[in-house]
Design a protein around this ligand. Structure first.
Ligand code: UT7
Length: 329
């Protein structure tokens, strides 16, 4: 029997129009453009400002772009996996809301919560549904409205994050194109360094938790930074080694956009030239689950069939991993 692999056959993306620049942030907290750019590489990020809009409102246009490009009827979609830590509601899953909004009436789906590694984990999961032969069209969307959980009085977190969505369509390939290998890891002991304290079953929302600003993302930046540099670089190097590849074989590195210094460390460890690294952190900041597909979206026209691409991520959990794929179009 011919082996089925899962290929990305289209990409879509969406970022809100409103820009929040470093100069805007200078007026909100004690920071400055020079510090933010030199410590993170970020100049501006996008913010979904309109009241009454949530993550699904960014995921929908990203997926609709795919439907348009491929001339697909939404009823043809089998499954939607939505990677997010900022779902529209705690339940039902944002994937279900997205399916309803785009008219994907034959799709089932669910949300995946793996923070900044969410898209990578969801991509690998979606690929398995394709590889099994059971499904033909799986949408994987990474979306986060980080502005909903960011404390804009906390200068250590508010400078990093932005809002956005990116999506891919996975379809079967019988030519060996698409996802080749993935390494995924997690370590829950890292939860202390990056989390939201209240609003879950452990500490439900009360007037006190709101007053204590415990519904915003809490991050010990330096600790996360150390784990991220090591985690993302190690896993990317391990992926190359076990596939007998070197940096020379790789056309593109698609790294999670958390901090330019973490990206540089990963590229160096893989022996990759800077020109092969996708970097758009300067204009979107860290959009959590959306960073990887937003890179593919921005670079889509420069990708060629057969390109070997490594996607790598590190995030809250801790969660981290890397995927090797062969571009299919
Ligand atoms: O995507 C999910 C995973 N997250 C990440 O990968 C993020 C990883 N962490 C980071 O990217 C970095 O740790 C940050 C960008 C969050 C912070 O950069 P840093 O180089 O680790 O700064 P720091 O926390 O060590 O702070 C250095 C100094 C401190 O001042 P003192 O104590 O040296 O006087 C901070 O108070 O910079 C100060 N500082 C700021 N100064 C101006 C912290 N935030 C700011 C700010 N503007 N926004």
């Amino acid at each position: 029997m011919t082996k089925i692999t899962a290929a990305i056959t289209a990409v879509g993306g969406y970022v809100p129009e409103t820009k929040l620049t470093n100069f805007d942030l200078e007026k909100m907290v004690d920071t400055n453009d020079e510090w933010i750019r030199s410590r993170t590489g970020i100049s501006e990020r996008r913010i979904l400002k309109e009241p009454g809009k949530g993550s699904s409102d960014m995921a929908v246009p990203a997926i609709e772009e795919i439907l348009r490009k491929k001339g697909l009827d939404p009823k043809e979609i089998d499954c939607i996996i939505c990677a997010t830590v900022t779902p529209d509601m705690i339940f039902p899953a944002t994937a279900n809301i997205i399916a309803d909004k785009i008219g994907a009436t034959n799709a089932w789906g669910y949300d995946m919560s793996a923070a900044c590694s969410g898209f990578l984990f969801a991509l690998s999961t979606g690929a398995m549904y394709i590889e099994s032969g059971r499904y033909k069209k799986v949408i994987v969307v990474g979306v986060d409205k980080m502005s909903a959980i960011i404390d804009y009085t906390d200068r250590t977190t508010c400078i990093i994050f932005g809002d956005g969505a990116g999506a891919v369509l996975l379809e079967p390939s019988t030519d060996g194109l698409g996802i080749q290998d993935t390494i995924m890891k997690s370590d829950g002991s890292g939860r202390h360094y990056l989390h939201i304290k209240a609003g879950g079953s452990l500490k439900p929302a009360t007037a006190e938790t709101v007053a204590a600003r415990e519904h915003f993302a809490y991050q010990e930046g330096q600790a996360v930074f150390k784990f991220a540099v090591k985690g993302m670089a190690d896993v990317s190097a391990e992926l190359l080694e076990r596939n007998n590849l070197t940096g020379d074989d790789i056309a593109w590195l698609v790294p999670h956009q958390a901090n330019l210094r973490i990206i540089d460390a990963t590229a160096n460890r893989m022996g990759l030239a800077k020109e092969k690294v996708m970097i758009n952190i300067q204009k979107y900041g860290n959009t959590t689950a959306a960073t990887l597909p937003l890179c593919l979206w921005d670079w889509e026209k420069q990708l060629n069939k057969g390109d070997k691409i490594v996607l790598a991520a590190f995030g809250g959990g801790f969660t981290w991993g890397a995927t090797l794929l062969t571009w299919a179009y």
